[in-house]
Design a protein around this ligand. Structure first.
Ligand code: URA
Length: 268
């Protein structure tokens, strides 16, 4: 029997799962269990070769659909059409080809002042950022704020000379904070490129491996850090991620050297 859940039934089922203790969506893509049951039943009853040929080869789900569209080309077109940051945020919100979007609570776009000379590019929202809808608000974000304060920068500053602009490669939280896969990074690169072009900072800080993948096509942050390079058409400095510094405080002196390099560059 076909059953279509209405909004209220769906909400009640979701509330029930939350009450049972479910706190996260653990799959990248939603699974339609009604379809699974139908396909399993069809597989069990198919007896003849003709019937087998008529059977669908696979459940037509997001993976099949993703293979049929060029997600990167669509991202490029959507990002390229955005004439300002508000338009870019709307283009991201309307982009349907990244499965991470389905498991995220919020699109985490940016924080700080887009007029700032320094643009920080992080990896992806974590649990706190997903809940609040702003980048770097958890423990790593608090450390980032202290690091920036040490060189006179502040995401809440009204003076653009002291301000910073902060965003991430991924605007949606990956389930369980896993690393985004190469296809997910690739489809976000056009949005990041456009984001940098529209914000027009003097320099970009690539905070961690994922921004290095997006901006330089390579990872290996411990080797890359501290060496000025170019990413998205701007001078760029790879730095270790503050989450790494929370786990490895002994790496803080290198991060301090990188912060001083940023300060010197801004003064020069
Ligand atoms: N780590 C990131 O890279 N970005 C955030 O927004 C939060 C944690």
């Amino acid at each position: 029997m076909e059953s279509a859940l209405d909004w209220h039934q769906a909400k009640a089922l979701l509330d029930w799962q939350v009450e049972l203790g479910a706190t996260e969506a653990i799959g990248d893509a939603p699974v339609n269990r009604f379809e699974l049951a139908k396909v399993a039943a069809a597989a069990a009853t198919v007896a003849t070769p003709a019937a087998a040929a008529a059977r669908p080869a696979a459940i037509s789900g997001p993976a099949t659909a993703a293979a049929e569209v060029d997600a990167v080309a669509l991202a490029r077109a959507a990002a390229g059409a955005a004439g300002d940051l508000v338009g870019l945020q709307a283009a991201l919100a309307a982009y349907e080809h990244c499965e991470l979007k389905r498991g995220a609570r919020h699109l985490v776009f940016a924080d700080g002042d887009p007029r700032a000379r320094v643009m920080i590019l992080g990896e992806a929202p974590g649990r706190d950022e997903d809940r609040v809808g702003r980048p770097f608000v958890g423990q790593a974000g608090k450390l980032l704020d202290r690091m920036l304060a040490a060189i006179g920068l502040d995401r809440t500053a009204e003076d653009p000379a002291r301000a910073v602009y902060i965003t991430n490669v991924l605007p949606w939280r990956p389930p369980q904070n896993r690393d985004p896969d190469p296809a997910e990074i690739a489809m976000m690169v056009p949005f990041v490129e456009r984001h940098v072009a529209l914000a027009n900072p003097d320099l970009v800080v690539l905070m961690g491996n994922i921004p290095c993948m997006a901006g330089l096509g390579q990872r290996g942050i411990l080797k890359l850090r501290g060496h000025w390079t170019e990413a998205f058409g701007r001078p760029a400095l790879p730095m270790v991620h503050p989450a790494y510094l929370l786990r490895m405080p002994q790496a803080k002196h290198e991060a301090w050297a990188d912060l001083l390099a940023i300060k010197a560059r801004l003064a020069g």
